[in-house]
Design a protein around this ligand. Structure first.
Ligand SMILES: *Cc1c(COP(=O)(O)O)cnc(C)c1O
Length: 401
């Protein structure tokens, strides 16, 4: 197979159609650029939904992975390995927390957070067995397991996958009074994205996260921040919660933690909370494996200097300044976001999200639509200002601005 058309036809024929990818077949990538099988280059303005914050083929991450590949890649948690302690210590330190529980995918980390909160509720808070309640927000995206889709409000993600896991209450995102109204003595946790990614980069109203923090503290409820997409530099800070000076009880991390090289996720929290687990009660064969730890350690080292976060903040300000005219010129109905992360609701007069994404693809820019009208812009944080400007010029072009 050499032509993109052949690849696309073969992929259609022999894969489940649980995705609707844009018609591009990537062969190689470096930094913020991808090259397809026909040699055409594309600017990556999606960055693997923020899994590629540090860019494609990041030298430091590849070197760390390569070195570890030659040493040992998997021990299972039946044995210790020599990268594990460093990984846990340094990730805990980056988060200002005490304990780490490593997993692989984001959904697994969210599942881990749910199990942790329930066990904490029964063992520490004293909730009666089987009654633990976790409050989530509408339009959330926390992953694809049967339990997680049980509290999704997106019919696409949820329909036909029941029976659903009970124990969740759903409230409108950004509405503190609604949240307060459902928190009761059986509530063990509030689980939120500090910025909702899949929903279209929805930033909650100012004061919301701080309000959630105050409420959960007052009611002895855990505040779980799913920073899988918002965390690790994307918004111009290490964690999106920092924008409101909020420290949750638990961070859920994934995506960029594996540097786009391997899946690495983790729950990071206090000794009181993650200390509830005893041997045998939870785990994962690949969780915290040597290769994952080696890559994640390099990710943490990159983040520790704060350089990329500053870069994301500066380029992010530039991005949002450049996107503002879309609103003023009627090409967009809304532009949201923080740092190097934006959701643009395309005005229907300019086409829907998918059409706009396809037109951008034809001009050499890769973005992804969500929920019909929205396109998401989230380039690797290592993108140059010139490349970002070039990509934004293409966005203006396809939106007729
Ligand atoms: C992507 C994502 C997840 C799920 O991560 P997977 O690795 O795809 O399982 C969970 N929460 C948020 C906020 C995400 O963006």
């Amino acid at each position: 197979m050499t032509s993109p058309e052949e690849f696309l036809a073969a992929a259609e024929a022999h894969s489940a159609h649980n995705y609707h990818p844009l018609p591009v077949v990537v062969a190689t990538a470096e930094g913020a650029w991808m090259t397809d099988v026909a040699g055409r280059r594309y600017l990556d303005m999606l960055a693997g939904y923020s899994a590629l914050n540090f860019g494609h083929g990041n030298r430091r991450l590849l070197d760390a992975a390569r070195a570890q590949l030659e040493r040992v890649t998997l021990t299972s948690r039946a044995f210790h390995h020599d990268r594990f302690a460093d990984f846990c210590t340094q990730l805990a330190e980056l988060c200002g927390m005490e304990l780490v529980l490593p997993m692989n995918t984001g959904a697994e980390a969210v599942e881990t957070a749910i199990k942790t909160a329930r066990k904490w509720g029964y063992r520490v808070k004293g909730v009666r067995d089987g009654r633990a309640k976790i409050v989530v927000a509408d339009n959330n995206f926390h992953g694809r397991t049967t339990t997680i889709v049980s509290f999704s409000t997106d019919p696409e993600a949820r329909d036909d996958f029941g029976p659903y896991t009970p124990g969740f209450a759903i409230v409108p995102y950004g509405d503190l009074a609604a949240l307060e109204a459902v928190v009761d003595d059986d509530t063990v946790a509030v689980l939120l994205e500090p910025i909702q990614g899949e929903a279209g980069v929805l930033v909650p109203p100012p004061g919301y996260l701080a309000g959630v923090r105050a409420l959960t503290r007052a009611r002895n409820v855990l505040f779980i921040a799913d920073e899988i997409q918002s965390g690790l530099g994307r918004t111009g800070r290490t964690f999106a919660c920092e924008h409101e000076g909020v420290v949750p009880d638990m961070y859920v991390l994934g995506k960029a933690l594996g540097g786009g090289v391997v899946p690495v996720s983790a729950v990071v929290s206090s000794r009181e909370v993650l200390g509830v687990f005893r041997p045998g009660e939870h785990g994962s064969t690949f969780g915290g494996n040597p290769l994952a730890c080696a890559v994640a350690l390099e990710v943490i080292a990159i983040l520790r200097t704060g350089e990329l976060q500053r870069r994301a903040a500066e380029l992010g300000d530039h991005l949002h300044r450049e996107l503002a005219p879309l609103l003023e010129r009627g090409a967009a109905d809304a532009v949201r976001g923080r740092g190097l992360w934006a959701g643009v609701d395309v005005n229907p007069s300019r086409g829907d999200g998918r059409t706009v994404s396809e037109r951008l693809l034809a001009r050499g820019v890769l973005v992804k639509d969500t929920h019909g009208a929205t396109i998401r812009i989230a380039p690797p944080l290592v993108i140059s200002r010139e490349d970002l400007d070039w990509g934004l010029a293409r966005v203006r072009e396809v939106l007729g601005v």
